[in-house]
Design a protein around this ligand. Structure first.
Ligand code: NDP
Length: 240
């Protein structure tokens, strides 16, 4: 039987590309999403991959959602923590809700998904956890104290959990994407985006599929000796 992989926020953007790449590599894939029914329906119709709705920022909901997936599809072997939101603004303008929501979903979601799936991976002696961080968690970004803190937290979470998983055959890694052409980046004002692209050595935005290939490698048996690592996929932007 093929291994089961779950991709949070897996129905559109980078997550959709990851879901499709893992399916192509032979995994039985399940995608989670938050509430965009139209995108979720189109995704399932076009890919044949089932989509399960819950808020990964909610602990009990996540435990129940993963239990449902395991009952209906099978034990979860690979978790891709991709779900994420932005609530940008300078500190002076940022509300406490904007801070809390981004921490709850982007960072809390990783904890909740790990709590739901790590025990089973440990019992079976094999697992993969791949967390989608961000170049803005590595370098910081004006107007994103919430997002940068959450993504930076993901990089720390990855290294700590990797140490706990190593002796159980569970690897835990992160990918730090640069700017990728998705709805999230479409929300950035054009004049700001122009300045961002000017700082990317390869001179363009990344493609969701370019992140997905990295996830596919980290999910494979070939990556068994890679753990606690962060793979930067950003067109060379991390060097500046
Ligand atoms: P999108 O905004 O295009 O998609 C976000 C996905 O996350 C959607 O599927 C959405 O579900 C889901 N989601 C949001 N909140 C929740 C929640 N509470 N519970 C479950 N699912 C949720 O994002 P991208 O594809 O651009 O980004 C994917 C990841 O990559 C994010 O973690 C982002 O921070 C990170 N990233 C993106 C970069 C970029 O340039 N695009 C750069 C660096 C990192 P629904 O469709 O139902 O709303």
């Amino acid at each position: 039987m093929s291994r089961v992989a779950i991709v949070t926020g897996g129905t559109r953007g980078i997550g959709r590309a990851i879901s499709e790449a893992l399916k192509n590599d032979g995994f039985t894939v399940v995608a989670n999403y938050a509430g965009n029914e139209e995108k979720a329906r189109a995704f399932t119709d076009e890919t044949g991959i089932p989509a399960y709705k819950w808020d990964v920022g909610e602990h009990e909901e996540t435990l129940a959602g993963c239990a449902r997936v395991e009952a209906e599809v099978g034990p979860i072997d690979v978790v891709v923590n991709n779900a994420g939101i932005t609530r940008d603004g300078t500190l002076l303008k940022m509300s406490f809700d904007d801070w809390r929501d981004v921490m709850r979903i982007n960072l809390g979601g990783c904890f909740n998904m790990a709590k739901a799936t790590f025990p089973g991976m440990k019992d079976r002696g094999w697992g993969r956890v791949i967390n989608i961080g961000s170049i803005n968690g590595q370098a910081g970004q004006y107007g994103q104290v919430n997002y940068a803190a959450a993504k930076s937290g993901i990089h720390g979470f990855t290294k700590a959990l990797a140490q706990e998983g190593a002796r159980f055959g569970i690897t835990v890694n992160a990918i730090a994407p640069g700017y990728i052409d998705t709805d999230m980046v479409a929300a950035v004002p054009a004049n700001v985006l122009e300045k961002i692209v000017a700082k990317i050595p390869v001179g363009r935005l990344g493609k969701a599929q370019e992140i997905a290939r990295g996830v596919a490698f980290l999910s494979s048996d070939d990556a068994a000796f890679v753990t606690g690592s962060t793979l930067s996929i950003n067109g060379g932007q991390h060097m500046y």
